[in-house]
Design a protein. Structure first.
Length: 325
């Protein structure tokens, strides 16, 4: 299942012929991923780096372009963009130039300016740094104020499941939960290729328990239905009622999901992060992510333990996020 899904990701991404800016071109893992992405036709690749990276590309990967921020013709445009979006941080282009040289901000600026379709970073930077750069240069997608993340869990029994949010929003409100679900539902057809079926998870199913967290999940479902009335969704649901038809029939009769949810929205970061790690380790599922969702243009994060394989797959997912639903 995993190989079939990942092969499909790479194939569909390659058909789009997008350009990905990898912001950490001085990292050997990123260079290897850049070479593979270009050689296999998954994406056109721009590395952001220094003279050493440019020399490596000339010798080892002539199909990979390199941009050195300090000497790049677009540095001024990136600086103007940053100044315009955050005048509280830098009053004008000149003041923004030192900030625009930062590889994460420069790569995100290239995406915002349309000189790249997506950017991927985080192999050598913290998630907070990647997200700050993306929010500054690109910002949230229309209709979404909450930037969050998803994992795509490739399982033997239930296929590919979207888990959200497992990496960004610690204690989401009902409004934020609805926006997390909306972002995940928008990305599902792009990345997996099927239609989203959204379950808002809880320790309660249809009033079997009560409390503040249950009320939050119920409100989130109502808000989501207002945002995406045509998307099948239900809640509050326990995980078995979301995923197993027989259990859903007993616990949530008449549910539009009927035990066939493929987007699982967790009530908080604790439950989401614990769940994805348990499924990954105990069920031996493949966890692809975290994939940043809810941005106006794709800016994806990596684990600092990412391998070249991980960077290739996240880059392919970032490419697929460029598709208009």
């Amino acid at each position: 299942m995993t190989a079939a899904f990942t092969d499909g990701l790479l194939r569909r991404a390659g058909a789009l012929r997008r350009r990905v800016a990898l912001s950490e071109g001085d990292d050997p893992r990123v260079r290897e991923a850049a070479w593979r992405l270009a050689a296999d036709g998954v994406a056109d690749v721009t590395l952001v780096g220094g003279d050493a990276t440019a020399g490596w590309a000339m010798r080892e990967a002539p199909g990979v372009s390199v941009r050195i921020p300090e000497r790049d013709p677009s540095l001024g445009a990136v600086a103007e963009l940053l100044a315009a979006r955050r005048p509280d941080r830098c009053r004008d282009r000149r003041a923004a130039l030192p900030l625009a040289v930062d590889p994460l901000r420069f790569a995100a600026g290239l995406v915002a300016l349309g000189e790249a379709d997506a950017t991927v970073g985080g192999a050598a930077h913290a998630t907070a740094d990647v997200l700050r750069a993306a929010l500054w240069a690109v910002g949230p997608a229309p209709g979404i104020a909450t930037v969050s993340s998803s994992f795509y869990m490739v399982t033997a029994e239930h296929g590919v499941l979207t888990f959200a949010d497992c990496g960004v929003v610690q204690y989401p409100t009902a409004v934020e939960l609805a926006e997390i679900a909306l972002a995940a539902a928008r990305d599902r057809p792009r990345i997996v290729g099927d239609e989203p079926r959204v379950a808002f998870l809880s320790h309660s199913t249809r009033g079997s328990a009560d409390g503040e967290s249950v009320a939050k999940v119920r409100e989130a479902l109502d808000r989501f239905r207002a945002l995406a009335p045509d998307c099948p969704a239900d809640g509050e649901l326990q995980a078995d009622a979301a995923l197993v038809a027989g259990v859903a029939e007993r616990k949530a009769p008449g549910s539009p999901l009927a035990g066939r949810a493929n987007v699982l929205v967790f009530p908080d970061l604790d439950s989401g992060n614990i769940a994805y790690k348990l499924v990954q380790r105990i069920a031996r599922a493949t966890a692809l992510g975290p994939i940043v969702q809810g941005l106006g243009r794709p800016c994806c994060d990596l684990s600092r333990g990412a391998s070249a394989d991980d960077i290739v797959l996240v880059s392919a997912i970032a490419v697929l996020q460029t598709v208009t639903p």
